[in-house]
Design a protein around this ligand. Sequence first.
Ligand code: NDP
Ligand code: 8X3
Length: 250
Amino acid sequence: MLVFITGATSGIGKSTAEIFAKNGHHLIITGRREERLALLKKEIEANYNVTVSTLCFDIRNRQEVEKAISSLNENNRAIDVLVNNAGLAAGLAPLQNGEVDHWERMIDTNVKGLLYITRIVSNMMIESGKGHIINIGSIAGKEVYANGNVYCATKHAVDALNRGMRIDLLPHNIKVSAVNPGMVETEFSIVRFDGDEDRAKKVYMGMQPLSPEDIAETVYWVANRPAHVNINDVIIMPSVQASATNVIRK
Ligand code: NDP
Ligand code: 8X3
């Protein structure tokens, strides 16, 4: 298979790239941090018998997205699986105090960026007559929590788009699935708190969060069901987390 993963420079996207490569699948990996993309390509190609293409772009910039994907050569155009993973939370504040810049960053990345990619790649899949899109949503797309307002809204949008694109792409033999995690320890909270690593650490204090590998294994499993089976939606949580805000800590 040829697997296109957005946001593969860290966290869930990076682990997803690793598990697909380990199982012999070729990759297209994307992100803004070019050195990390180059390093991951080097590591994967040294360890596994697969090819890795890197595309460095900001998913919020529609022209950059179009230019990057149109640069793919013929061998890299028959994409079997798209993992729409790139995304972020910025800030955790009551709506009335929220920073508009944070809102725009989340909406432009999590919703508009996902749409730009999906518009182009779904048409490539239609041309090849098959495909599978796996959207990384969140528990924040299933419920809302205090101060989560705009991040939750973007992930609710991903949830709606997941269902909408499944209907629209049904006649084209393209499966659409979502994996919605609870707390996963990645760079997510560091990004959310604008680089404040101490505050980010406290998010996972006294509890065992999911690892990015846990999510990658689930994405891999979803992508490898038989042709006649589609997994519509998965919610995956740490065992000590029952909802976005119900967490048992030691
Ligand atoms: P990380 O911060 O570790 O990874 C985020 C990835 O998204 C990076 O590779 C980053 O690449 C990429 N990305 C962010 N903004 C852009 C952009 N503008 N253009 C291109 N790429 C971008 O976080 P996670 O691995 O945790 O997050 C991955 C997904 O999982 C997100 O959609 C997140 O909402 C979701 N999620 C995370 C949970 C968690 O608790 N961690 C729980 C539920 C869902 P770069 O910076 O190089 O551009
Ligand atoms: C990330 C999970 O609960 O921090 O999507 O919003 S949460």
